[in-house]
Design a protein around this ligand. Structure first.
Ligand code: NDP
Length: 290
């Protein structure tokens, strides 16, 4: 039976690290990092995520301001707020909560965020640095996946890693982070011919497709490590991952549960990015590298 990788506990440890480093920064420099969140419209999922972010910021001592705007706000008005926050020296991180209402372009809005304050790590400049192996503000969910692998003591160099899903938010950045750590990486997607065979070759499997239990347990190579990023709400209200958990857990050596695996890591890594941005903007060393 697989070891369960406890994302809830690991995320709590990351938050404790951030809190200690935020306190040290405040004591040494009088700086308290500030995160501004733009929430446009009334998507119920987004409202929950933003509340969780506010709570986590309060826990670690990061200042947070949420700009709540009605769904019919013009794109130009959202862009004007982004530019004002870009110019405000007290703002360290800017996060545009997605999805945005359909009448505006998520690309135009996220591209307008100053890359130095892009704590989501979605700006093309930050994604480019990631590809170059110099990413500092790394997308939060992929960064969380890497931390889980590290905490579970998973050796990556030379191992065969398979990433299922190629979104800009999860699949692609995870693939580059695994490559940076010397894994041999295959990226699968909806046009992959024989997904079962690709999955079956993985020593390390990361799945982010958004379809409940689409990856069957019997495909998993015995002893593989499985990271399930999927979060799917079932009709009965339960949350399911993208991997058939029970069957996968009987073959894998380690696996993340859903909920309680990757999910809690995303916000923890957002807090970490906010502190990193606050230090970098002031010419201070990154607290995780110092
Ligand atoms: P997207 O919808 O943006 O991307 C899904 C990817 O999966 C696409 O690349 C798609 O391929 C691929 N795909 C879809 N169906 C299949 C299939 N049957 N076989 C192989 N590949 C397939 O999703 P995200 O990356 O944004 O999210 C993926 C999942 O992760 C969701 O459940 C989401 O809720 C969850 N998530 C969780 C987070 C967390 O904090 N834990 C954060 C972000 C996401 P193609 O490109 O060909 O269309």
């Amino acid at each position: 039976m697989a070891k369960v990788i406890d994302g809830k506990a690991i995320a709590a440890a990351v938050r404790a690290e951030v809190r200690a480093k935020v306190e040290a920064l405040a004591a040494a420099r009088g700086v308290v990092p500030g995160l501004h969140v733009l929430l446009v419209g009334d998507d119920p999922g987004s409202a929950v995520y933003v509340r969780n972010k506010e709570k986590a910021c309060a826990e670690v001592g990061v200042r947070t301001v949420t700009h709540r705007l009605p769904a019919d706000t013009a794109e130009d008005d959202v862009l004007a707020i982004v530019r004002r926050l870009n110019a405000d020296p007290d703002v360290d991180g800017i996060l545009v909560q997605l999805p945005l209402p359909r009448h505006m372009s998520a690309d135009r809005v996220t591209d307008a965020v100053d890359p130095a304050k892009d704590v989501d790590g979605f700006h093309p400049a930050n994604l480019g640095l990631l590809v170059a192996g110099r990413g500092r503000l790394r997308p939060c969910t992929p960064a969380g996946v890497m931390r889980l692998l590290d905490e579970a003591g998973v050796e990556l160099a030379g191992r065969r890693a398979v990433v299922v899903g190629r979104s800009l938010i999860v699949g692609k950045p995870v693939a580059f982070l695994l490559l940076e750590r010397h894994a041999t990486v295959t990226v699968c997607h909806s046009r992959t011919r024989d997904l079962a065979a690709e999955v079956g070759r993985a020593d390390v499997l990361v799945v982010a497709i958004g379809r409940p239990e689409a990856v069957r347990g019997e495909w998993i190579k015995p002893g593989a490590v499985v990271i399930d990023v999927g979060m799917n709400r079932l009709p009965d209200g339960r949350l399911a991952g993208d991997v058939e958990y029970a069957a996968a857990a009987s073959r894998a050596s380690a696996i993340t549960p859903v909920p309680g695996g990757v999910g809690p890591m995303t916000i923890a890594c957002l807090l970490r990015n906010t502190l990193s941005a606050a230090c970098a903007r002031r010419g201070l060393p990154d607290p995780w590298e110092a």
